[in-house]
Design a protein around this ligand. Structure first.
Ligand code: UDP
Ligand code: MG
Length: 309
């Protein structure tokens, strides 16, 4: 049995050494426990620091380590895709894990056990979100709930830490879309799955590559092309207009309490701002979808590989 571990890396210079050591150590254990050969695939997502030099260095020292360097920063999801595409043909299963090893790498042993008992997909699911900031915890939870409410199906508290069998990866790679939201796409495959629970650790070094801006963009399923960005501004503008309408309502009430009212003034003001805001929001929402159609229709390549080792 051959198993690949795919690790997307963006500016991970401070932690790459530890990650490589830890995963190699784990690979030995997997070999002893399951008799499976393990290879590590580091996908450098266009890092600006010495990430690629480190990957090359390790790849030369240990032939279980492989590296793929994307020519440009394409984002976590695309980097993961590039890795999966690379390993799909030659491996029986692939595990994806973040470079910072916040997800407990030791449960990979458990994942492989479940894979051997016939599951195609094994999801890593976090028990609690103790190590996240309050803000990230709340926004993430609100996002999962909102998505579910909108009809999107994802596994609660599962990020991109999972094992997939070859057949599951091949099915995933059949998805033609460019806007990737892997955890939702994989969940929609429907093959037999199981979950393993783990506690998420603190990032060991370096900082999160998902600042608020990236989180929002990921949540809105990343419309990155600048030509569709104006559409998003319409949505923001609509929200601001709605807010002004709210302010106008409060203002009207204050004026009314003071007794200095001009009849009809408040209701007119409120309606104008409210209707304006509602229309802009609606147009903007349609714009989001049109923008998405636009970027899918272009069928641009997902990424370019600059180097491989
Ligand atoms: N990452 C990437 N490209 C990006 C941003 C992030 O490949 O543009 C990788 C990053 O190196 C890490 C993983 O995606 O391996 C998750 O990022 P991070 O740990 O910073 O996110 P967080 O845990 O804070 O959500
Ligand atoms: Mg992290």
């Amino acid at each position: 049995m051959k198993i690949a571990i795919v690790v997307p890396c963006y500016n991970e210079e401070p932690i790459l050494a530890t990650t490589a050591e830890t995963l190699l150590h784990l690979s030995d254990e997997i070999y002893h426990r399951h008799g499976a050969e393990v290879c590590l695939f580091f996908v450098d997502d266009g890092s600006k620091d010495r990430t690629w030099e480190l990957i090359s260095h390790y790849a030369q020292r240990d032939n279980r380590i492989h590296g793929i360097k994307l020519s440009h920063n394409r984002g976590h999801q695309q980097a993961l895709w590039a890795g999966l595409e690379k390993v799909s043909a030659a491996y029986d299963a692939a595990v994806s894990i973040d470079a910072d090893l916040q997800d407990d790498e030791n449960v990979i042993l458990e994942m492989i056990e479940k894979f051997r008992s016939g599951k195609d997909i094994v999801y890593g699911v976090r028990r609690e979100r103790k190590t996240d900031t309050l803000f990230k915890r709340w926004t993430a939870q609100a996002f999962y709930k909102f998505l579910k409410w909108l009809g999107g199906d994802v596994l609660y508290n599962h990020a991109d830490f999972r094992l997939m069998s070859r057949r599951a990866i091949e099915a995933l790679l059949d998805f033609p879309e460019r806007n990737l939201f892997l955890r939702g796409m994989v969940y929609s495959l429907g093959y037999p799955y199981d979950v393993v629970l783990y506690d998420r650790k603190e990032r060991m070094a370096g900082e999160s590559k998902y600042p608020f801006r990236k989180m929002v963009s990921f949540a809105l399923d990343g419309i990155t092309s600048f030509s569709v960005r104006p559409l998003r501004f319409i949505v923001y503008l609509g929200a601001i207009f709605m807010f002004v309408a709210l302010a106008a309502i409060l203002w009207g009430i204050v004026m009314w309490l003071r007794g200095t009212v001009v009849p009809g003034w408040a209701s007119l003001l409120v309606s104008v701002w409210f209707i304006g805001g509602a229309i802009l929001l609606a147009v903007g929402t349609i714009g989001e979808y049109v923008g998405k159609i636009y970027s899918e229709v272009k069928r641009r390549p997902r990424y370019f590989v600059e180097q491989e080792i």
